[in-house]
Design a protein around this ligand. Sequence first.
Ligand SMILES: Nc1ncnc2c1ncn2[C@@H]1O[C@H](COP(=O)(O)OP(=O)(O)OP(=O)(O)O)[C@@H](O)[C@H]1O
Length: 139
Amino acid sequence: MPTNKTFTMIKPDAVADGHSGAIIKMIEEAGFRIVALKKTQLTAERAGQFYAVHAERPFYESLCTYMSSGPIIPIILEKENAVADFRTLIGATNPDNADEGTIRKLFAKSMQANAIHGSDSDENAQIEGSFFFGNVEQF
Ligand SMILES: Nc1ncnc2c1ncn2[C@@H]1O[C@H](COP(=O)(O)OP(=O)(O)OP(=O)(O)O)[C@@H](O)[C@H]1O
C-alpha cells in the first residue's frame, strides 16, 4: 500500500492548554504514523518565514506574534493519502465552520488560535517538514 507524508504543528494555544496528548491520540487513532516529533518554540521572525505566503494579509503580524507566543509541537506524519485525510481530520480553519468530531471543532479557540496546522499539498508538506527536521530525524 503506498503511503505519503504530511506535516502538522500543534499550535501554542493547544500546547499551553494541555491538549497535546489528546490531539496526538486522535491523530494516531486515525491511522497516521509519527515519523518525527519534537517540542520547540518559534521566534516571531521564524514564524514569519513559515507563514511567508501570508505576508501581505492583514492578520500576518498578529499570526506571527501568536505562533511565537509559546511552545509548539511540529510533527511529520505518514499515511496513505496523508495530506487530504489530515485536512479532513483537523476541520475548517474557522472552528465555527469545522465539522463535529474534528480536532479544530474540539480544541480550537478562534480563527487564529485554531489548535493545529496541516499542510495543504505534498509539496508544502515536504517544505514544511524540512523547516523543522533534518534527514537524520525522518525515519
Ligand atoms: N482571517 C484570519 N484571522 C486571523 N488568523 C487567520 C485568519 N486566516 C487565517 N488565519 C491564521 O493563519 C493560519 C494559516 O491560514 P490558512 O488560510 O493557510 O489556513 P489553514 O490552511 O486552514 O491553516 P494552516 O495552514 O495553519 O493549516 C490559520 O490556520 C490561522 O491560524
